[in-house]
Design a protein around this ligand. Structure first.
Ligand code: TRH
Length: 379
């Protein structure tokens, strides 16, 4: 089957991960694979952070090749698409499910799951879940890091664009100039910092302040900002501000539209990322990265953290693999971030090489292509 039309349903739980993934997938299916995509989103304001042209007052609008619908209105009159993607088990409206069941050719119905590097994902990706009453089957589609999973979202040409940017000093110079960041000095390290509130923040900032070389921290507006501002004795800050103490200089950046965030990751030497989508982007950036995983009450997130760490660090010498473990743990509730940071930076060259090979390996497993192949197979 060739799915000509696709409905993606997204509920914004919190932050930008849910809509971040859905928006990326929607654009890719529409612009790279020619599907007519409707993206149903319950919270257009959050969406507007990733795509500033989104007007929260409009029920229907067309943005970057995608029909964006506010999911709130009655869907009874809507004819379902032939590929239906329910993101993160967000639960489709009853009337819409009934309309799916009433179609002569039943739509392919996928639940796009959260990302995890844990081994159990291999065994559940693609499993069917027949509807208890209606003639419909929902399939679980898991993104992931092995061939037995659905892979990762990767736009066409992204790695080539990354390489072109990284090898073009002029493009990088213009990028930094646009942000108001001065030219690099000898030994300087540029670090992007996108995270949640973090108990290790003060110690990390102090470590950078006391470094032998300049550490330039690029800090997008958001949840980490008040904490970093507090370190400088301020209550809060805003984009454009620059703060310096010792060897640490912080540039507060605006939260940019989603397509522009990659450049920041490409331009920095080391990236702190969080959640789900920025973590994947850091892996495509092929630079050493530190993941602040979205915390869950029962602590299961730490298993997820370690699962990705173990895959990423495979093949690294034990000392380098341990340095990644120490810093990721310290940044996710563990101890001694100062020591962990120094050991991590000591392994920087090795980690940079590994990051590049890792991105290359992951690129073989493209989520959008897999998803379309899977939907054809089960149609
Ligand atoms: O915003 P998040 O913390 O989202 C989280 C996670 O996805 C988590 O797994 C989920 O359960 C929870 O939400 C509900 O982190 P994430 O996933 O990295 O999403 C951030 C998005 O913001 C990502 O698409 C990148 C984008 N972004 C920009 O578009 N511009 C920016 O300037 C920055 C810093 C990020």
């Amino acid at each position: 089957m060739r799915s000509e039309s696709c409905d993606i349903f997204c509920k914004v739980v919190d932050n930008y991960g849910d809509i971040g993934v859905c928006w990326r997938l929607a654009r890719q299916l529409a612009n790279e694979h020619g599907l007519n995509v409707r993206l149903w989103v319950d919270d257009l304001r959050s969406f507007g952070k990733l795509c500033p042209e989104v007007d929260a007052a409009l029920g229907t609008q067309h943005r970057r090749g995608v029909e964006v619908r506010h999911w709130g209105a009655d869907l009874r009159a809507v004819v379902p698409a032939n590929l239906v993607i329910e993101a993160f088990a967000c639960k489709l409206p009853e009337s819409y499910v009934m309309a799916m069941a009433a179609q002569q050719q039943k739509p392919v119905w996928l639940n796009l799951e959260y990302l995890s590097a844990e081994g159990w994902v291999d065994g559940v990706h693609g499993l069917p879940s027949p509807h208890p009453v209606l003639p419909l089957t929902k399939y679980f589609f898991f993104p992931g890091f092995t061939e037995k999973t659905g892979g990762l979202l990767l736009e066409r040409g992204l790695l080539e664009r990354r390489d072109a940017f990284i090898s073009d000093s002029g493009a990088q110079g213009r990028y930094w100039q646009g942000l108001g960041v001065p030219e690099r000095v000898a030994g300087e390290l540029r670090v992007s910092l996108f995270g949640y509130e973090n108990e290790a923040m003060v110690e990390l900032l102090r470590t950078w302040e006391q470094d032998a070389h300049l550490v330039t921290c690029l800090l997008p507006e958001g949840r980490s900002l008040p904490q970093v501002a507090g370190y400088f004795g301020l209550r809060d800050g805003k984009a454009g501000e620059v703060w310096q103490r010792g060897k640490l200089r912080v540039h507060v950046l605006p939260f940019v539209e989603q397509e522009r965030y990659d450049e920041l990751l490409w331009a920095c030497d080391v990236n702190f990322v969080r959640g789900e989508d920025s973590c994947v982007r850091a892996q495509w950036a092929a630079k050493p990265f530190i993941w602040q995983i979205y915390p869950q009450h029962d602590g299961v997130h730490l298993e997820k953290l370690e699962a990705l760490r173990a895959r990423y660090a495979e093949g690294l010498p034990p000392e380098a693999a341990q340095a990644v473990r120490d810093l990721w743990q310290a940044w996710n509730g563990g101890a001694d971030i100062a020591g962990a940071w120094r050991r991590f930076i000591g392994q920087r060259a090795l980690l940079a090489g590994r990051s590049k090979a890792w991105a290359q390996q992951l690129a073989q497993n493209n989520l959008a292509l897999n998803l379309l192949a899977f939907s054809r197979q089960v149609a």
